[in-house]
Design a binder for this molecule. Sequence first.
Ligand code: SAM
Length: 240
Amino acid sequence: MTVEEDSKGRRRWKAPKDARAPIDGRTMGKKEKVRKKTLGKSSRNWVDRQLRDPYVRRAQEAGYRARAAYKLIEIDEKFHVLKKGARIIDLGCAPGGWLQVAFEKGAARIAGVDLLPVDPVGEARIFLGDITEKGMEQKLIAALGDSPTLVLSDMAANTSGHKQTDHIRTVGLAEIAAQFAIDNLAKGGTFVAKVFQGGAQGTLLETLKANFADVRHWKPPASRPESPETFVIATGFKGR
Ligand SMILES: C[S@@+](CC[C@H](N)C(=O)[O-])C[C@H]1O[C@@H](n2cnc3c(N)ncnc32)[C@H](O)[C@@H]1O
């Protein structure tokens, strides 16, 4: 995949014509259709959903690695969180869709981390590991060279099959991301994170309201209606 600049100097991803971009970490194409018969029920459902999903097609055509890219694009269209020259931290960045969007929108510096390996995106510094591991926070900030103006978190716990457990784990990740933002953001900075609707969100919301001038919840159209995920957008970090 290559990067091109359009007539207005905007960065765009150019996928090769025959590309089948990995979407949400898995590839899908003609062969997948053929293999469908041999797949288990949940994998078959996944393939069927991917084939019906217009965001999957759009992501493939635009050269985005994940349909999740459109969640950040839609959040940005509504809240204008991606500013030219921004210093961005992306927590849970694999396979790299949000990194691509941030880079495309003219971020000056980007650093990301994920438990899974991520192919390079522009000049983004990408770390393999757990956000909670010792020294990871320092590595990310050192890679930016300054405090971030935007902290993004699309982190999600691996699904265990038990809804309540997944919910609690993902809320936990959002809390970790919020603390990261509060400890590191530049004054006036922005925090965007995936959270789950309902349940144990109260403490997180209180913390954010105490530290940011404005806190909103929004579910972008690209977020599947059946998914409990929604996003919190906190702007105007008050400073430490
Ligand atoms: C929905 S995906 C992110 C998609 C990404 N925004 C994109 O556009 O490509 C969520 C990611 O969070 C990562 N993750 C979950 N827990 C993590 C942790 N403790 N530290 C780092 N990454 C984590 C997972 O490995 C997974 O790749």
